[in-house]
Design a protein around this ligand. Structure first.
Ligand SMILES: *[C@@H]1O[C@H](CO)[C@@H](O)[C@H](O)[C@H]1NC(C)=O
Ligand SMILES: *[C@@H]1O[C@H](CO)[C@@H](O)[C@H](O)[C@H]1NC(C)=O
Ligand SMILES: *[C@@H]1O[C@H](CO)[C@@H](O)[C@H](O)[C@H]1NC(C)=O
Ligand SMILES: *[C@@H]1O[C@H](CO)[C@@H](O)[C@H](O)[C@H]1NC(C)=O
Ligand SMILES: *[C@@H]1O[C@H](CO)[C@@H](O)[C@H](O)[C@H]1NC(C)=O
Ligand SMILES: *[C@@H]1O[C@H](CO)[C@@H](O)[C@H](O)[C@H]1NC(C)=O
Ligand SMILES: *[C@@H]1O[C@H](CO)[C@@H](O)[C@H](O)[C@H]1NC(C)=O
Ligand SMILES: *[C@@H]1O[C@H](CO)[C@@H](O)[C@H](O)[C@H]1NC(C)=O
Length: 912
């Protein structure tokens, strides 16, 4: 029973039922949710096996249940549950000291949020689709492929043939005809495994199987972006001939954990995958995160890995997810699709049994409707749509009819009218609206309606006119079938081709350049499990990431062998830097490197570039670790001599923190981005011109002078591109980034907003000084614990911390309470489950019943809690390198085991 919160998650944005569209901000919460008692060890040598390891534990009288056995070429280890919670800390120290153990980490588990279709800036008008062409998305003109040069590379015949792309996700519906219709050797989905089983929740024991079928949907969408070959709707993935591998790490609902994620990546590597991709992330910011370290190791061993940067753009700078944080891992940002596709289902209608005409509708969830149904205009001919909003508005009895309802925001889009339709005896709703994408029904199950759908206003107006004239209008709709779709696209001239405002910003807390490259992720059409409709438009860095993986497969088609570093170098130098767009308008300067990395992927140019750089970015670090002089090489891989002019263009500087002194990084909502100023670093580049004969290389030295007229306390992040314009008309750009402050000075705890305090279980607000707690008796059941008003420390972290301690300190140094000196302070103990490691930004809270992390219990007495967070770049063993906050003091005693009072539980939810 520890802090919530959303951590490892699929990176497609969730939609809300009955809400108009704004991207639901994903809470920026810390990821502290350790699975109680579960640990992952890596073995120190080849000879140790799970078997010998667990025998060694028995020899040391440590009782453990083996969980996963990881016996892979790049990772040998095991995860397990420790039983004796009373001696947990001692046992961990023993395990850590075993010669056979390289390291031990607690295992984290996080929830899986609902994923759903999500439109981006569907502002263009919804034109009539009645009798329209079947589709304007064809194989050769798919907007996302045109945006990125995939179309041109495909026209040269590259389709990913012979390349194995492994996906770590929720599984794949391999029965989908667009994904080959089968699983196993010779199929498009050719290899992989279900590591967890349908019922896996993240906390329970995985039940692996050989069948990686998808019951959640996300993995099937990801797979289609890479490799679909679809006819209705008409589109293909980036590399339709690749062989997909699938490693399923989520059950149908719930969480996954980092031991399972590491296992999945290691299995994919050992299966010979040429590329491994995961649209999953933990809010972290640390490349030291165990899963990120494991992915980095695979990259190091020669297999490129693409991982989603995250959808936390609204949280501002320094918000990159792990494992995208890993060294060498290709962290992928999202760009909005240049068009916004909408999926329609074919249906027909007729008036008074006359000739039928076809029309398109958008089924939502549920859409359980099949047959011919008469329509009923709920406005009954009135022009005044607002009457439907009145409390006294009623609908006459209409059993068996479809209620036709104008969708006008919260009024008729709300649950009120749904209840009136149900009261009128109907089970079917057809909305009409000019901007259909604005309606995003996550899942409307449970409201008494069998089918929700939408048609264009043009079609609806035709119907209401006929109905008003006394005609009977009927629609003939079939239960959504996977083969009956078509897509209609409207040009997105607001955000199309620009960075999606939800895409997470780097750099890492240690100023490593992230993300690497951006790809289309906003409003993406792809496959979905047949049971869930077959196709879906989804949005998120989840969609951008497989796009890059598929593009790397095309790139691998063109060369014999390419190592991951070279791949990143090629992708980055040939990506197209995009102007900054705040979700509403475009600015006259480039988007910061922290948001777009190299810019929008151009895989055609990555394949055909003549000039090849030996780095993918230059990081100047912060002022304390400033890199005074950097260099890179450019090689002419062509057959003719080329002269490159070397220059640079600044992207301006983004202030991490707002101007009002608040230590929490500025949020970013559409139209209100963090402050970006023009002042930036000056670069000296020498030489500023390189003449390269075929096959020749030259080195360019880069000396940066960081901007000095900035407010360092607001943590300015500057950046730009070194540009190389060749006489062969190619333009390469190398991103650079630096932080114009000392990151060690960054505030970890948000004390300015009173974000750190001690609350109690029965009340979220802070306690007064001297509050007397009566804790649950030691070893109470979870249910018994809820009868007691135990302490709940709360903190908002404005920055992440590698080591987060919460220690119990007696108020009187001469008391009889036994203490130990830790980092200069006499503490009674670290409260369970602290210390925590590699914490990200955001809010957390922790229920505390009196137990220390070593399993012992605090003695009754007077105390305060001391929260200490290691500063960025700080030395874990140096007390001065921690930021600390003391709570008010309180007294502790234990209650008797027959407490009766059971007050209402406090509400939970401190997400910043
Ligand atoms: C799909 O695309 C192919 C090739 O461009 C075309 O021949 C076919 O008519 C299209 N089908 C539909 C349903 O649009
Ligand atoms: C894609 O489908 C077309 C026709 O539907 C077929 O000719 C082609 O071989 C398929 N390609 C792949 C890679 O499955
Ligand atoms: C792609 O796959 C299809 C279907 O198997 C095959 O007909 C075609 O030759 C393949 N393309 C290449 C370039 O290998
Ligand atoms: C339409 O056809 C059905 C069945 O053929 C019939 O029952 C119904 O009366 C007809 N409706 C009208 C308005 O003609
Ligand atoms: C509805 O609007 C049309 C056009 O604006 C107008 O001509 C008509 O009189 C209106 N009808 C009613 C019932 O208000
Ligand atoms: C319904 O309420 C509106 C005001 O909200 C009022 O103008 C109208 O007369 C009412 N209609 C009936 C039938 O009571
Ligand atoms: C919708 O919700 C219901 C009930 O919560 C669930 O049974 C069903 O599987 C969900 N459907 C989809 C498509 O998510
Ligand atoms: C409804 O549409 C289906 C599929 O297009 C067709 O088979 C069926 O005959 C239609 N029903 C009527 C009553 O027109």
């Amino acid at each position: 029973m520890f802090s919530e919160i959303i951590g490892v998650k699929l990176l497609a944005l969730a939609a809300c039922m009955f809400h108009s569209s704004t991207v639901a901000a994903i809470s920026n919460s810390s990821s502290l949710s350790y699975i109680p008692g579960r640990y992952l060890v890596e073995f120190a040598d080849e000879t140790t096996t799970s078997h010998t390891f667990f025998s060694t534990l028995s020899e040391h009288a440590i009782s453990a249940t083996p969980f996963l056995s990881l016996d892979y070429s790049l990772f040998k280890g095991a995860s397990f549950n420790l039983h004796d919670s009373g001696n947990e800390k001692v046992n961990i120290q023993t395990i850590q000291s075993l010669p056979s153990v390289k390291n031990i980490h607690p295992v984290r588990s996080y929830s899986l949020p609902e994923t759903a279709g999500y439109p981006v800036n569907q502002v263009s008008s919804f034109t009539s689709v009645e009798n329209s062409a079947q589709s304007d998305i064809t194989q050769d003109t798919l907007s996302t492929h045109v945006m990125t040069g995939v179309d041109k590379l495909r026209s040269e015949g590259y389709v990913g043939e012979g390349i194995k792309v492994a996906i770590v996700d929720t599984g794949i519906d391999y029965n989908h005809p667009a994904l080959g219709g089968c699983f196993g050797k010779g199929c498009k989905v050719g290899f992989g495994k279900d590591l967890v089983g349908d019922d896996y929740t993240g906390a329970n024991t995985p039940v692996p199987s050989d069948d990686p079928m998808d019951c959640a949907g996300h993995g099937t969408h990801v797979a289609g972006i890479i490799a679909a070959n679809s006819t209705a709707p008409n589109f293909t993935g980036v590399a339709p001939n690749v062989t997909l591998g699938i490693y399923r790490v989520f059950g149908c609902a719930g969480s996954t954990a980092d031991d399972v994620l590491i296992q999945a990546f290691m299995m994919a590597y050992d299966a010979g995958a040429d590329v491994i991709t995961a649209s999953i992330g933990i809010e972290s910011g640390w490349s030291e995160e165990p899963w990120a370290v494991a992915v980095s190791r695979i990259v190091e061993a020669g297999v490129p890995c693409t991982v989603a940067a995250g959808n936390d753009g609204t949280s501002g700078v320094f918000m990159i997810s792990a494992a995208a944080t890993g060294h060498g891992v290709t962290a992928v940002a999202s760009v909005d699709n240049s068009v916004t596709p909408t999926l329609f289902q074919n249906a027909s209608w007729s008036a008074d049994n006359t000739t039928t005409s076809s029309f398109g509708w958008i089924p939502y969830t549920p859409a359980d409707i099949d047959g011919t149904y008469p329509l009923f205009d709920v406005l009954q001919g009135s022009n005044d749509t607002t009457i439907a909003c009145r409390d006294n508005f009623t609908i006459p009895s209409i059993p068996g009819k479809v209620a036709l309802i104008p969708y006008i925001g919260y009024c008729t889009a709300g649950i009120g009218i749904v209840n009136k339709v149900v009261a009128a005896g109907s089970k079917y709703i057809m909305y009409y609206y000019d901007t259909p994408g604005t309606v995003t029904f996550g899942n409307g199950t449970g409201y008494g309606i069998d089918s929700f759908g939408m048609v264009s206003t043009d079609v609806a107006k035709k119907w209401t006119k006929l109905l008003a004239a006394g005609s009977t209008v009927s629609i003939n709709v079939t239960n959504p079938a996977f083969d009956n779709w078509y897509a209609v696209s409207t040009v997105n001239n607001i955000t199309g081709g620009y960075l999606s405002y939800f895409t997470s910003w780097g750099p890492t807390f240690e100023a490593e350049v992230k993300p690497q490259v951006a790809a289309p992720g906003g409003s993406i059409l792809s496959t979905y499990p047949l049971k869930l409709g077959g196709y879906k438009i989804e949005t998120g860095t989840s969609m951008a990431t497989p796009f890059v993986a598929g593009s790397i497969a095309l790139l691998l088609n063109t060369r014999d062998k390419l190592d991951p570093a070279t791949i990143n170098n090629l992708l980055s130098a040939t990506a197209k830097p995009r102007s900054f767009n705040d979700g509403e308008s475009t600015y006259p300067y480039l988007a910061p490197i922290a948001q777009q990395g190299g810019g929008l992927l151009n895989i055609y140019d990555a394949v055909h570039t003549v000039g090849v750089l030996n780095v993918s970015s230059i990081g100047f670090n912060d002022t304390e670790h400033f890199i005074k002089s950097a260099s890179f090489e450019i090689k002419n891989t062509g057959k003719e001599s080329v002269t490159y002019a070397v220059n640079y263009v600044s992207t301006g500087t983004v202030y991490t923190l707002p101007s009002n002194g608040d230590p929490v990084p500025s949020a970013f909502s559409p139209g209100a981005p963090p402050e970006i100023v023009t002042s930036s670093a000056k670069l000296t580049l020498s030489p500023d011109k390189v003449i390269l004969k075929a096959g020749e290389s030259a080195s360019v030295e880069v000396i940066a002078t960081p901007p000095t007229d900035l407010n360092a306390s607001r943590i300015p992040v500057y950046g730009g591109y070194i540009t190389l314009n060749g006489t062969n008309s190619e333009s390469l750009s190398l991103p650079y980034l630096g932080v114009a402050s000392n990151l060690k000075d960054a505030n970890i705890f948000d004390t300015v907003d009173n974000g750190v305090y001690l609350s109690r279980y029965f009340n979220v607000s802070g306690i007064p000084d001297g509050f007397a707690f009566t804790l649950p008796p030691q070893n109470s059941t979870d249910e018994e614990k809820t009868k007691y008003d135990f302490p709940v420390p709360v903190a908002i972290q404005s920055f992440g911390s590698r080591v987060l301690r919460v220690d119990l300190v007696p108020t009187q140094s001469n008391s009889t309470i036994k203490t130990t000196k830790v980092l200069g302070v006499d503490i009674a103990g670290s409260i369970d489950p602290f210390p925590a490691y590699d914490t990200g930004r955001g809010a957390w809270h922790s229920f505390w019943y009196g137990q220390f992390s070593d399993g012992t219990f605090a003695q009754p007495g007077d105390y305060y809690l001391l929260l200490r967070a290691l500063k960025i770049f700080g030395d874990e063993n140096s007390p001065d390198d921690y930021e600390s906050v003391e709570t008010v003091s309180f007294s502790l005693k234990y209650g008797s085991s027959n407490a009766t009072a059971a007050p209402a539980r406090r509400s939970i939810g401190f997400n910043a």
